[in-house]
Design a protein around this ligand. Structure first.
Ligand code: SAM
Length: 259
């Protein structure tokens, strides 16, 4: 049966799946950055930067309307901001876990944050569910989402909602984990399914979240299925670029220009 969306243990339907994901991220927010960097040996930074570079043309347009969906503690947003010119329209950075978003806002928020200069590029935090965005139809030039899409309770509904808010010609980038094949895949599976949850448990003090991570990647549709879903929803030019032997990868697609 095709996967419809994330299935945290115990979730009976899409509403309870979304609630479990939201609670889980709220609970790990204080340790999230530390865990991320330890568990990925900082390779996540390379992936965020590579993703941002892929969209440097649209990021370089000061008037472009850009959303970082599932922004969490804001590291993808920060990578996108490096390519924004001074005085550019702020990026919108959305997440439904308050504790994650408020940490992100401390990094990417406006001129009042840190030592930012008044016209330094910044982002505006929005507490919102990816499946019900508080944004008008056809209002965005670019949506990027890093390691969040896999957690949505319904993947097709997420792609449809992104399509709704993208302008014709607008671009989508979904960075997420994948399951590498071959020998590398076998070695990585041992790390991902056994070592990573153990380190996560040690730092986090609890079992749940870092057992959920490998389970959620196992449940996530592989590239051919995701690309087919993107086409069904109506996206054009859908493509998957493998990162680091296929441990992660970037889906890109475009909402076609109106006929
Ligand atoms: C693994 S974190 C990724 C955070 C950040 N993008 C990064 O790369 O570090 C996933 C984020 O997705 C958010 N998320 C999951 N489902 C969501 C939904 N339906 N709507 C909004 N945010 C969601 C979670 O709250 C969490 O902050």
């Amino acid at each position: 049966m095709p996967t419809t969306g994330a299935k945290p243990i115990g979730a009976k339907d899409e509403a309870s799946a979304a609630q479990a994901v939201q609670q889980m991220f709220n609970s790990i927010a204080p340790r999230y950055d530390l865990l991320n960097h330890v568990l990925s040996a900082n390779v996540d930074r390379i992936w965020w930067n590579r993703t941002a570079r892929r969209f440097r043309n649209v990021l370089g347009d000061p008037d472009a309307a850009i959303l970082d969906m599932c922004c969490g503690t804001g590291d993808m947003t920060m990578a996108l901001l490096k390519h924004r010119p001074r005085g550019a329209r702020p990026i919108l950075a959305a997440d439904f876990a308050h504790a994650m978003l408020s940490r992100g806002a401390q990094k990417f928020g406006g001129p009042g944050v840190g030592t930012r200069e008044p016209d330094a590029p910044c982002a505006i935090p929005i507490e919102a569910d990816a499946l019900h965005l508080p944004l008008p139809d056809a209002s965005l030039d670019l949506i990027v989402t890093a390691f969040g899409f896999r957690n949505l309770a319904n993947y097709e509904a997420g792609l449809r909602e992104f399509y709704r808010v993208l302008k014709p010609g607008g671009q989508l980038g979904i960075l997420d984990f994948s399951e590498p094949g071959g020998l590398i895949g076998k070695g990585y599976a041992i790390y991902f399914r056994h070592v990573l949850p153990a380190i996560g448990r040690a730092i986090c003090g609890r079992d749940g979240p870092y057992n959920y991570l490998p389970a959620s990647v196992g449940n996530f549709p592989p590239p051919p299925q995701m690309l087919a879903l993107m086409q069904t929803v109506g996206y054009a030019q859908s493509h998957w670029q493998s990162y680091t032997f296929g441990i992660a990868g970037l889906y890109t697609a475009v909402r076609p220009q109106a006929a």
